[in-house]
Design a protein. Structure first.
Length: 299
C-alpha cells in the first residue's frame, strides 16, 4: 500500500494527493515527489537535500567511486539477492543505477526505485517501465508493499537510523527480505571538512558486523547471512605487506589473474584472505512488525 508521507493515509500515484490531510502530490521532471510538508519546510532537511543534489551532480559528471569497483560491487550484490521471479522489489538509494540495471533485467513482478535526488532518478534506464519516486529514506511511504527491499550505501548516510529502519520494516510484510550493504569498520576522517571533504553530509557513522546485527535485530529483522566484499590492493592484509617478496608475488598474481579487471571482482573467500574487506552486506528477514505512529510534529 502506498501511503501519504504526511498522515500515512492511503493514496494513489494517479491521484492529486491525500483526501484525508490535504497533502498535495507534486511531480518534478515527471517523477512523483513523495515528501511530507514537514520535510519540505524543515531547514535541516532542505540543506540535506541540497547537499545530495550536489553530490549527485558531481557523481554523474564523473563517478565519485572507481567505476570498475562500483560495477563489480553491483554485480555481486545482485548475486546475493538470488531469484527475483515474481517478487515486488524496491531499490532504495539507487544512485547511478548500477544495481537497478541488474534488477530491471530480472523477471521481478514489479520494481520501484527510490532516491532523494531527481538527477539520479531521471537517468535510470527504461525508467518508464518501473515506478520511480523521490522520497525520504527515513519516511518511505509504503506499508507491506514489497517482498524484497535493497539498500546499498544508504544506512551510513541517513541522519536518523531508527527512522530509516522503521520505514523499511513498515514497507515489508512478515517474511519479507531486507538486504543492506554498508562500509565495514570505516574511518570517517575522509569526510572531515577540515581535511578537504567538499560536502557537509557524507558518511555519518561506521559499522561493525556485531553492531549491524544488533541494529537489524532491534528493528525486527533476523540476519540469515553476512557477505564480506569490496577489495582493493591498497588494503592488503599485514601478512601480505610485511614481506617484500610476498607482496611482489601478491601483486603479480593479481595482475596475472585479473588483468584488465578490478580486484573487487575476486571471489569473496580469496579476496578476504588477501585483503581487508571494505564493505559488509547483511541478508535479513522480517520476523516482527514494529508499532509505529505518525509523529505529533507531523500531524
Amino acid at each position: 500500500m502506498l501511503i501519504c508521507p504526511e498522515c500515512a493515509g492511503e493514496i494513489a500515484l494517479a491521484g492529486a494527493g491525500c483526501a484525508r490531510c490535504g497533502w498535495k502530490l507534486e511531480r518534478r521532471g515527471g517523477v512523483p515527489v513523495l515528501l511530507s510538508e514537514s520535510d519540505r519546510n524543515d531547514p535541516f532537511f532542505v540543506e540535506y537535500l541540497q547537499n545530495y543534489d550536489r553530490i549527485a551532480a558531481d557523481d554523474l559528471t564523473k563517478s565519485i567511486q572507481d567505476e570498475r569497483y562500483a560495477r563489480a560491487q553491483a554485480a555481486k550484490l545482485r548475486d546475493y539477492l538470488g531469484t527475483l521471479s515474481g517478487l515486488r522489489v524496491c531499490d532504495v538509494g539507487v544512485g547511478r543505477g548500477l544495481l537497478f540495471s541488474h534488477l530491471a533485467a530480472s523477471d521481478a513482478r514489479s520494481l520501484t526505485a527510490v532516491d532523494i535526488s531527481l538527477a539520479y532518478l531521471i537517468q535510470l534506464p527504461d525508467r518508464d517501465r518501473h515506478r520511480i519516486v523521490i522520497a525520504n529514506a527515513e519516511n518511505l511511504p509504503f506499508v507491506e508493499e514489497f517482498d524484497l527491499l535493497v539498500a546499498s550505501d544508504v544506512l551510513e548516510h541517513v541522519s536518523n537510523v531508527g527512522n530509516f529502519l522503521v520505514s523499511v520494516n513498515r514497507a515489508l510484510p512478515l517474511g519479507g527480505r531486507f538486504v543492506v550493504r554498508v562500509p565495514l569498520e570505516e574511518s570517517l576522517m575522509a569526510y572531515s571538512r577540515w581535511l578537504g571533504c567538499p560536502y557537509k553530509f557524507v558518511h555519518l557513522r561506521a559499522f561493525t558486523k556485531r553492531g549491524l546485527r544488533l541494529l537489524l535485530e532491534s528493528a525486527g529483522f533476523e540476519v540469515t547471512r553476512f557477505r564480506f566484499d569490496g577489495f582493493e590492493r591498497s588494503r592488503a592484509r599485514t601478512l601480505v605487506t610485511r614481506y617484500a617478496r610476498i607482496k611482489r608475488m601478491f601483486l603479480e598474481e593479481l595482475d596475472r589473474r585479473y588483468s584488465g579487471r578490478h580486484e573487487a571482482e575476486i571471489p569473496n573467500v580469496l579476496g578476504a584472505l588477501l585483503m581487508r574487506p571494505i564493505e559488509i552486506a547483511a541478508i535479513a528477514t522480517k520476523r516482527s512488525s514494529l508499532a509505529w505512529s505518525v509523529p505529533a510534529a507531523v500531524r
